[in-house]
Ligand binder design. Structure first.
Ligand SMILES: *Cc1c(COP(=O)(O)O)cnc(C)c1O
Length: 298
């Protein structure tokens, strides 16, 4: 189904420079940032089957959760608007009610109803009792968890892996992705590929268990390597070294990254390549998961 007219398959491009060649690895970038202008990257992949299910069930309202700069809220607002769903966003942090930002303004402009909740309440977002209460409060909407990470999301992400395999004419040794909730990494594992997951958050060790949890039902998942040292101080934190890296990447390859997820992943990946982490002959596909709407203006 051509949900929201995506540009699929997204291009797979080879990246090479002196350092990559010296390490003897083959590096590719999967341009999921080009899928859709508003529902970009992994958010389109993760939302696809959730939205199809909501349509099939005849749901009218979609409720989901996110932080102030959430690409998932942004994508859900745009997709909901285009597909004729009413959307409700449960936003972490009461203080945002009076302190809007571009992401939240976009969500509002797409017709999303924003419901600001305290950090204490937001922490309950996975609790069954809380979700029942929220469902009752908002008239039983179709609920999608934070980041859109559900079993249906894994199915959508797995399709990206199949695309890569057919574009490469075989399996790659690793697929690298940035990780926030770990749903994307889990989706790639569910397709049987080995994953390098770069945590965009500080203290990302918890992701291992969350990701394993997502794939418990899957047959023959791939192996997970979790990298937790490339968070640059924590979620949405950055420094000038990271921005300089983004600029270099853009002048070298003509591809724009953003500072929350994809720049951290590529920074980490290039660091590993330089340190000789990969055996010569290794093939790595790094996913550009999109998120360019959140690109910092400098
Ligand atoms: C949301 C997001 C991620 C993280 O995806 P998870 O499935 O939550 O781990 C990575 N990259 C970008 C650009 C994102 O917007």
């Amino acid at each position: 189904m051509d949900l929201l007219s995506p540009s699929i398959p997204t291009p797979l491009q080879r990246l090479s420079n002196a350092e990559i060649d010296k390490a003897g690895v083959q590096l590719y970038i999967k341009r999921d940032d080009l899928i859709h202008p508003a529902v970009s990257g992994n958010k389109w992949r993760k939302l696809k089957y959730n939205l199809i299910e909501a349509q099939e069930r005849g749901e009218r309202t979609i409720l989901t959760f996110g932080g102030a700069y959430s690409n998932h809220l942004y994508a859900t607002a745009a997709a909901g608007n285009a597909l004729g769903f009413k959307t409700i966003g449960m936003v972490r942090g009461l203080e945002l009610e009076s302190k809007d930002n571009a992401t939240l303004q976009f969500c509002r402009a797409q017709g999303m109803q924003l419901q600001f909740v305290t950090r204490e309440e937001y922490r309950l977002r996975h609790s069954d009792a809380y979700l029942r209460e929220v469902a009752a409060r908002f008239g039983n909407p179709y609920m999608i968890p934070e980041g859109g990470s559900t079993a249906l999301a894994l199915q959508g992400v797995a399709e990206m892996v199949l695309e890569v395999a057919s574009q490469l004419g075989g399996m790659t040794d690793f697929i690298a992705t940035a990780a926030g909730t770990g749903g994307t990494a889990a989706g790639i594992l569910s397709a049987g590929a080995d994953v390098l997951a770069f945590s965009a958050l500080k203290g990302g060790h918890f992701l291992r268990e969350d990701i394993q949890q997502f794939v418990t039902e899957c047959k023959n998942p791939g192996n997970l390597t979790l990298l937790t040292d490339y968070h640059f101080g924590g979620y949405a934190k950055w420094n000038h070294e990271l921005l300089a890296f983004m600029q270099d990447f853009r002048s070298e390859f003509g591809i724009q990254l953003e500072q929350v997820y994809t720049a951290k992943m590529f920074y980490g990946l290039f660091d590993l390549i330089q340190k000789g982490y990969f055996k010569p002959g290794t093939t790595i596909v790094a996913v550009h998961t999109g998120g360019l709407q959140g690109l910092i203006k400098t």
